[in-house]
Design a protein around this ligand. Structure first.
Ligand SMILES: [Zn+2]
Length: 83
């Protein structure tokens, strides 16, 4: 994900923007793995293999979320956690 994408991404639950970007790994100027955090509702959205996964609650993949958090806990702030 290129950082400029932050300009067009909004929280799917409340449309809040901009989201906070927390980078876990980066390559060639693109965020490979990281989290987008909504300061309004405290949800996070994972960036996995360069793709931001921006899904509302009903469509979230709990396994993807828990795997993401387990892999990246050390490089993410405490506020980024499963709900
Ligand atoms: Zn939100």
């Amino acid at each position: 994900m290129r950082r400029q994408m932050l300009d067009v991404l909004a929280c799917p639950e409340d449309r809040h923007a901009p989201l906070e970007l927390h980078v876990c790994s980066e390559s060639g100027g693109e965020v490979e793995e990281g989290a987008l955090y909504c300061t309004k509702c405290s949800r996070f959205y994972p960036i996995v293999e360069g793709i931001p996964v921006m899904l509302p609650d009903g469509l979230r993949d709990a396994e993807l979320d828990s795997g993401f958090l387990a892999r990246n806990r050390a490089s993410l702030p405490d506020k980024i956690r499963a709900r």
